[in-house]
Design a protein around this ligand. Structure first.
Ligand code: SAH
Ligand code: SF4
Ligand code: F3S
Length: 493
């Protein structure tokens, strides 16, 4: 049954779909769901736009560079479309989806006539209908009204069938939108107000994923820890409550979530990190700046001390918690002193990994018109200094894993021999030789070395393993365990 969905018959697979995804994990999830919506129409995925009948660019508006990339990609697609039409290879439909579509749909249509339709992040469930209409007349633009509930209802509809699954990990959107209005950010405008999916829908999507071999879900939301969906018991469920519910699903051994806002980090979620084995000890908790003055100008609604206190509480609940963050340098008015405060915060927190960006003024956001924009060369120097420090911390964190035995979920094959690549609980990539028979399983690995961006390790012989085999693992029907397997299968942690 599952094969039938993964591999459409040749009759159904006559049309090819190419989706290029920019931006955050939620766009990755949305792209997968667009493919799900289009599968019943006979669209099968392809890796190149050259042989595609339908091309979708799922776009990101967060920084200027991200948005500009879309226009240069569209220029290339236009040439391809013209070539295909002139040498008789048939028509190619081009759609722009995602946050640029939402923010500047009309401009896209004006700047690039090769685009057939524009669809915002809350409207892509209407793609089949839009495609039919576009065949008659170009230029449909859908998206301005935010109605995530209608979208998710349609996505759960029986017509669509099961979700496509690629390997043992999957994203699962639980919350969308943002009410925080940080002064630099476009997300509240491109994704709309905060909205949480009902818990029952999320649990059923997670059950379906687990039945198809998914061992780890990453719950997604622009402010995922603000999740407050309707529970099946009639109560409002928090993210912590949802995590407890998900942890009960057979075969689902790892739960992650991203992105969290410091102000929404509830006590019950912190407590869940102490109690729930399935909740991975990795927390992405952006702070943006270490300067109280800038945090105020950014409208982050908390100061640095509150962030430190929060980190202390999280680490008290889960001492091995790996922390990650996002930082912006060069926000309007940022002085050397403000930037020093950011470096100081980073030194105090000690991150396992982090993302840092030069501030990019976004049209329509309050910060774009603030005075005292920082000189580009100053912003670049600050970014370099910050990234050097963050990189040192990341390398030190990776090196500190050497000698430990970590449960690794194997996700994909390596480039040579029988090498396999998996993830540690702390989201590090782990390279292991002679492990390609362990795809989709969580297995103890002795870490030998920590490098800049990954770990290398070796499988632990069963007799030497301190991990207990878990009955549920060997019973998972999609992943039969070979009798010759030498290693114990384990639950995370
Ligand atoms: N909801 C998340 C972040 C979403 S955007 C949160 O509140 O943390 C992801 C990251 O992009 C942000 O954390 C921020 O660091 C960065 N970002 C957002 N707008 C930006 C801008 N105008 N310029 C540079 N970086 C930006
Ligand atoms: Fe953007 Fe701030 Fe909302 Fe995050 S919390 S999505 S940075 S407005
Ligand atoms: Fe980009 Fe939209 Fe995500 S702006 S970061 S794709 S929410």
């Amino acid at each position: 049954m599952i094969d039938a969905q993964d591999k459409p018959t040749s009759e159904r697979a006559e049309k090819r779909l190419f989706i290029k995804t920019y931006g955050c994990q939620m766009n990755v999830y949305d792209s997968e769901r667009m493919a799900d919506v289009l599968r019943p129409l006979g669209y099968a995925p392809t890796d190149t736009p050259e042989d595609a009948d339908f091309v979708i660019l799922n776009t990101c508006h967060i920084r200027e560079k991200a948005a500009e990339k879309v226009y240069s990609e569209l220029g290339k697609l236009r040439m391809l479309k013209d070539e295909k039409a002139s040498d008789g290879r048939g028509a190619m439909t081009i759609a722009v989806a995602g946050c640029v579509a939402q923010a500047e749909g009309e401009e896209i249509m004006r700047r690039q006539p090769a685009v057939d339709l524009v669809v915002g992040p809350q409207a892509y469930h209407q793609l089949p209908e839009l495609l039919t209409r576009t065949a008659r007349a170009r230029g449909e633009r859908i998206g301005a009204d935010f109605a995530p509930n209608a979208k998710f209802d349609a996505l759960a509809g029986e017509k669509i069938g099961a979700r496509g699954v690629k390997g043992p990990t999957a994203f699962l959107t639980v919350q969308e939108g943002c009410d925080k209005f940080c002064t630099f950010c476009v997300v509240p405008y491109t994704r709309g107000a905060e909205w949480s999916r009902p818990a029952a829908d999320i649990l059923s999507e997670a059950r379906e994923l687990a039945a198809r071999g998914v061992r780890e879900v990453t719950l997604l939301g622009q402010n995922v820890n603000a999740y407050d969906g309707a529970g099946p018991d009639g109560a409002v469920w928090t993210l912590a409550r949802l995590a407890y519910g998900l942890a009960e699903i057979e075969g689902l051994d790892r739960i992650r979530y991203t992105t969290s806002h410091p102000n929404d980090m509830g006590d019950d979620l912190i407590a869940a990190h102490a109690e729930l084995d399935a909740l991975m000890p990795y927390l992405h908790l952006p702070v943006q700046s270490g300067s109280d003055r800038l945090l105020r100008l950014m409208n982050r609604k908390h100061g640095r001390q509150k962030y430190f206190d929060l980190i202390d509480r999280v680490r008290a609940a889960r001492p091995d918690m790996a922390l990650s963050g996002d930082f912006i340098v060069g926000f309007p008015g940022e002085t050397d002193r403000d930037f020093e405060d950011t470096l100081d915060l980073v030194r105090r927190v000690n991150y396992a990994s982090a993302f840092s960006f030069i501030y990019s003024p976004r049209p329509g956001t309050p910060a774009a018109t603030m005075g005292a924009q920082v000189e580009p060369h100053v912003a670049s120097e600050r970014l370099q200094a910050l990234q050097t420090l963050l990189f040192e911390q990341q390398v030190a964190f990776n090196q500190s894993q050497a000698g430990k035995v970590l449960p690794v979920l194997f996700e994909r094959k390596g480039r040579h021999g029988r090498q396999a690549i998996g993830r540690s609980p702390y989201l590090q990539s782990v390279y292991v030789e002679d492990a390609d028979h362990l795809m989709g399983r969580i297995v103890p690995v002795r870490i030998e070395r920590g490098q800049q961006n990954s770990l290398t390790g070796a499988l632990v012989e069963e007799s030497h393993s301190s991990f207990k085999p878990q009955a549920s693992e060997s019973m998972t029907p999609l992943r039969p365990q070979a009798a010759s397997d030498r290693v114990a299968s384990v639950r995370a942690r």
